[in-house]
Design a binder for this molecule. Structure first.
Ligand code: HEC
Length: 379
């Protein structure tokens, strides 16, 4: 212990007393601090502290990391590894909101805490003079303490002592600077080499024993190392195929079972005639076709397909489905119009499944024949 004075400290028994003491001390001194066993609400006000700028750290770090994460996602999804999820566009902002939110909160919160500990509070600090004093012991237990530092321009030991006495402080005591601790400073080498060596030995022995035990002593027939067999792992390189990809695309022209390939949007000319309605005209199919026609088509084409729209001129009246052209069309051409739309009639491919569209074609055929029956139909 040197004789260099660091501060004069006083202790109080209640939060009210310390609040009052802080207000009084704040009137004259600037270099002082308060130590309490738990956070005392309103202390920052009593000490005349303004609003903390720490929020800016949170804002800047959180926002920056959020933008970096957004760039990272954009790079993955647009450049490095575009992947389609549930048919959404490659870059799909709403889906990234949870990720961006979490990134902002996590980086903002962690940086705020680390900034408080290491920048604002200057930890780790083994050299603070109040370490190991009676003052530090009591204020981290059951007393409320305040000390005025000797470097305060208005500091005068006798005056401070008098002020503390007036305020009713207990155990008014000077705090001296410990030269040895100051010399050690923030240097963590105060951790003895023996301690570091011991900790390293413990880590090495435990992990070594676990590794040796699990790999060379434990034998588990017949389940041994099933996970190490050669197999195709998604997203991993695969030496079996030339292009080194595990998730091979189907060979071009592959058709899924039960799926009837259909020419793409826009390709109308010539494709249709060869394609027959895959559904048999059973009573069930007609019932389905009727129900779907009435729901999806009748609002414009009329209940019997005569173009007498219920929309009453709100929408351009569609042509009759009994025209010579429509009657002579192949099934596939009607199917094509339902699937792709035609001019102002929109596509119904999203609202109707493939089978529902073909069922509607049967129903339209039935409507056409009901207006213009063949002789055989009437017999
Ligand atoms: C929103 C109103 C509307 C709905 C609903 C609608 N259509 Fe149309 N449809 C039209 C219009 C308008 C035309 C004429 C388009 C044009 O100008 O070529 C048309 C044309 C057609 C044609 C071609 C007729 C021709 O002579 O060129 C067929 C076939 C047809 N629709 C069938 C259907 C079927 C089947 C449904 C139910 C799945 C349906 N439409 C639903 C408005 C509609």
């Amino acid at each position: 212990m040197s004789n260099q004075l660091y501060a004069l400290s006083g202790q109080f028994e209640t939060p009210d007393e310390i609040m009052h003491a802080a207000e009084e001390v704040n009137k004259k001194y600037k270099q002082y601090d308060v130590n309490t066993p738990y956070p005392v609400h309103g202390m920052d006000g009593a000490m005349g502290m303004g609003e903390s700028p720490i929020g800016w750290v949170t804002l800047v770090v959180g926002t920056t990391c959020m933008l970096l994460m957004l760039c990272f996602i954009a790079w993955i999804q647009l450049v490095d590894y575009p992947t389609t999820f549930a048919g959404k566009p490659d870059f799909n902002l709403p889906g990234y909101v949870p990720i961006l939110f979490e990134t902002t909160i996590l980086t903002g919160a962690v940086t705020t805490v680390l900034t408080l500990l290491f920048v604002v509070c200057g930890l780790p600090n083994n050299a603070h003079p109040i370490h190991d004093t009676n003052y530090a012991k009591r204020t981290s237990d059951d007393r409320f303490g305040i000390y005025v530092e000797a470097k305060d321009p208005a500091f005068n030991e006798a005056e401070v002592r008098q002020l503390f006495e007036q305020l009713g402080a207990k155990d008014i005591a000077p705090i001296y600077i410990d030269a040895e601790e100051v010399a050690a400073g923030k240097n963590m080498s105060v951790l003895k080499p023996q301690f570091i060596g011991f900790a390293a030995t413990v880590v090495l022995v435990i992990s070594g024993a676990a590794y040796f035990g699990l790999n060379h002593m434990v034998f588990l027939p017949p389940y041994n190392w099933m996970s190490v067999q050669p197999k195709v792992v998604p997203q991993k390189t695969n030496t079996v195929f030339k292009n080194g990809v595990s998730m091979q695309l189907p060979v071009e022209g592959t058709i899924a079972r039960g799926f009837i390939p259909y020419a793409k949007v826009g390709a109308k000319e010539g494709f249709g005639q060869s394609m027959a309605n895959p559904l048999d005209p059973t009573a069930e199919v007609f019932a389905l076709g009727e129900q779907k026609y009435l729901t999806m088509c009748s609002a414009c084409h009329g209940n019997y397909g005569q173009g007498d729209s219920r929309l009453n001129g709100q929408y351009p009246a569609p042509p009759s489905l009994h025209s010579k052209k429509a009657v002579e069309w192949a099934d596939a051409e009607i199917y094509h119009v339902i699937t792709n739309g035609q001019n102002i009639m929109p596509s119904y491919a999203k609202q109707l499944t493939r089978d529902e569209r073909w069922a509607i074609v049967h129903y339209v055929r039935a409507l056409q024949r009901s207006l213009n029956p063949k002789e055989t139909d009437v017999q």
